[in-house]
Design a protein around this ligand. Structure first.
Ligand code: ADP
Ligand code: MG
Length: 252
């Protein structure tokens, strides 16, 4: 069984078929990239997996379980974390606080036990801290730990955005354009992080990315979309050399 199964999914916005009978599967432990021209439907696929949108047709299964039975706030609890193309961090909070908020947002909360600061709350708090500190070490963010987001360079914020998602200890990480706006050197760093996330953390990665150097460097498999439909699936090289893909980029 695949970790994530997108099964014949369709979504329309008015007359636009943003995602048109799309099927693909992501295997546990792989880095899987979605590519395609602007408007191809890539972000919409992410928003369908995150349960922001409801498909009109098809099913989405995670670990064999239909996500369509779950409300959006359950998605993180099930083990799926995402980053946003436009970084969504709290500007007036530190790196550490942002990573902690990422975890607290989806934990079970019980007002009375929190108020009394019971042993179980203390234990929970300790686990949150430990998970967050692990991510800070892993992503080499020690120097920025207590710095405010507002003062950080864009490249560091991109890494923190990844950290916020990793702090919930997901099984599947959705990265929306992790290299957008980054320099060649910063993109190289992101490639190393993605390799480590896969190899050391054992997290499966599904990413949307335009930078084909990054896609080729880190992806096990690539799926090309155009006009909401699947065009091509294979290795980065196979997809890049597929005449249908070349046509979509040139003709598109
Ligand atoms: P990509 O991320 O591949 O650039 P999107 O998934 O954002 O593409 O968009 C796919 C298609 O759906 C486009 O035609 C886009 O204009 C349309 N679309 C996306 N989101 C919305 C929305 N919220 N309302 C209406 N149309 C949308
Ligand atoms: Mg997009």
């Amino acid at each position: 069984m695949s970790l994530l199964e997108i099964d014949n999914v369709t979504l329309r916005f008015g007359g636009v078929v943003a995602v048109n009978q799309v099927s693909f599967s992501v295997e546990e432990g792989e880095v899987f990239a979605l590519v395609g021209p602007n408007g191809a439907g890539k972000s919409t696929v992410f928003n369908l997996i995150s349960r922001i949108y409801e498909p009109v047709e098809g099913d989405i299964r995670f670990d064999g379980d239909s996500l369509l039975r779950h409300p959006p706030h359950d998605i993180a609890k099930l083990g799926i974390a995402r980053t946003f193309q436009n970084i969504e961090l709290f500007e007036q909070a530190t790196v550490l606080q942002n990573l902690l908020v990422g975890r607290h947002r989806h934990r079970k909360s019980n007002f009375i036990s929190e108020l009394l600061f019971t042993p179980s709350v203390r234990e929970g708090e300790r686990r949150h801290r430990a998970a967050v500190e692990k991510v800070i070490d892993f992503l080499d963010l020690q120097a920025y730990r207590d710095k405010y987001i507002a003062g950080l360079p864009y490249g560091v914020r991109k890494v923190v955005e990844m950290g916020r998602a990793l702090a919930i200890e997901p099984r599947l990480l959705l990265l929306d354009e992790p290299a957008s706006g980054l320099s060649v050197e910063e993109t190289q760093d992101v490639a190393f992080w993605i390799e480590d996330i896969k190899k050391q953390m054992g997290v499966t990665v599904l990413m949307v990315e335009h930078d084909m150097h990054l896609v080729s460097a880190v992806s096990d498999r690539v799926l090309a979309l155009a006009d909401g439909k699947v065009l091509s699936l294979g290795t980065a090289q196979e997809v890049q050399n597929d005449p249908k893909v070349i046509e979509a980029y040139i003709g598109g």
